[in-house]
Design a protein around this ligand. Structure first.
Ligand SMILES: [Zn+2]
Length: 388
């Protein structure tokens, strides 16, 4: 008697869950698993909680089965599917959050190549570098209308050119008007206040001093430690709790915290300007700050009560996916950068939060970095209306 075998498959992209990717290409003996179920053996791998014995196993797992009559054919299909995923990861096209159990032992994913400033290796690029600091200052004044430009004496010509190039690139798309560009010791890389762009003096002269990977790892570990502490507190509250409503509430909080841990761990970069080559950091820091200027210059774009055009588009995107929780917002923003979630963490009700998400998202797209495709689409669509 011939059997029936199935191979699990689905579309795999950067946002496919690690659980699904682990099951991707797995071969199942359908008859044997159905029999398992019929005899009442609890089989978590098959039809758990479902009334149907046919796929999908879980209501929304997005997976489908390819059926064959022989195990050998199923194995050939499985090998083909899995080799394709390995090849996509090796080429850098696909970035997985966890290495699947079926990957070759000791597999090391290629590290994401740092992003260079646009045109760094492209002779056809239209940017013409300033030959002197004086020329860079004159051009910055000319583009932005700034009357006061005060940058450190020891800022390299290359540094000036990074700021100039970012400003010229942004001015091609948006109306960039500043009153001054200056430096001070501000304890952050840069800040946009009104129409004043302030760089940190130390950052300007050594923008490569923060080692990206170490910073990201430490930041993630710290956040996970804090979140695990909250979970432990919640779990101890559960012990001895008899009230159903209270139990449900605590369980929801634990679920939410676990989702936040996943969002933090999935986050691929601390900030955009920390994910680029050290010579491009000033370029992307400037770009990020100028997106704040675009925000501030267009009052309806981001609302102070979280009801601007951009805020509403993000809300609609989440609603269209059935996402309602704060942790869902965290996870969505984390596809841009850890920093894109910053203001969210400082507030209670999820409002007035999107300024960093907006600036980081614009910068990420300019840098050609991968972000959630829905966010990319809504940003590009909205910003068409603000381009000059
Ligand atoms: Zn910012």
């Amino acid at each position: 008697m011939s059997g029936v075998y199935s191979v699990w498959t689905q579309i795999v992209d950067d946002y496919t869950t690690p659980e699904n990717i682990d099951a991707y290409g797995s071969v199942h003996d359908v008859f044997a698993e159905q029999e398992d179920d019929d005899t009442g053996t609890p089989n978590k791998q098959f039809c758990d909680g479902q009334t149907s014995k046919t796929p999908p196993r879980y209501a929304q797992d997005n997976m489908i089965g390819i059926y064959t009559r022989s195990e050998e054919s199923a194995q050939i299909i499985s090998d083909f599917l899995r080799q394709d995923v390995i090849a996509r990861v090796n080429s850098g096209e696909l970035v997985l959050r966890a290495i699947p159990s079926w990957f070759p032992p000791g597999f090391i994913p290629p590290t994401a190549a740092p992003v260079a400033a646009p045109g760094a290796a492209n002779a056809a690029e239209s940017f013409v570098p300033a030959q002197t600091r004086e020329e860079a200052i004159a051009r910055l004044k000319d583009i932005t209308g700034a009357t006061n430009i005060d940058l450190p004496d020891n800022l390299s010509l290359d540094g000036y050119n990074n700021i100039l190039r970012a400003t010229e690139d942004m001015s091609m798309k948006y109306d960039i008007k500043l009153t001054s560009i200056r430096h001070a010791n501000i304890g952050a890389n840069a800040r946009m206040g009104g129409k004043t762009l302030t760089f940190d003096t130390g950052y300007l002269t050594s923008p490569g001093r923060v080692p990206t990977v170490i910073y990201l790892d430490e930041n993630i570990q710290d956040q996970v430690r804090v979140l695990r502490g909250y979970i432990a507190n919640n779990e101890s509250m559960l012990l001895g709790e008899t009230n159903r409503t209270a139990i449900n509430r605590i369980n929801r909080q634990i679920h939410d915290l676990e989702a936040r841990i996943r969002a933090v761990q999935d986050c691929r970069r601390w900030s955009i300007s920390n994910s680029v080559t050290s010579s491009s950091r000033l370029y992307y820091t400037t770009t990020h700050e100028l997106y704040h200027l675009v925000d501030a210059s267009n009052p309806g774009l981001l609302g102070v009560t979280g009801d601007g055009i951009f805020d509403n588009a993000v809300k609609e995107l989440m609603e269209s996916r059935g996402l309602t929780r704060a942790s869902d917002f965290d996870a969505l923003s984390a596809t841009v950068s850890d920093y894109a979630r910053t203001l969210y963490k400082g507030t209670k009700d999820g409002r007035m939060l999107n300024a960093e998400l907006f600036a980081e998202l614009g910068t990420a797209l300019d840098a050609g970095l991968k972000v959630d495709p829905g966010l990319a689409e809504l940003f590009n669509e909205i910003m068409k209306g603000y381009e000059i």
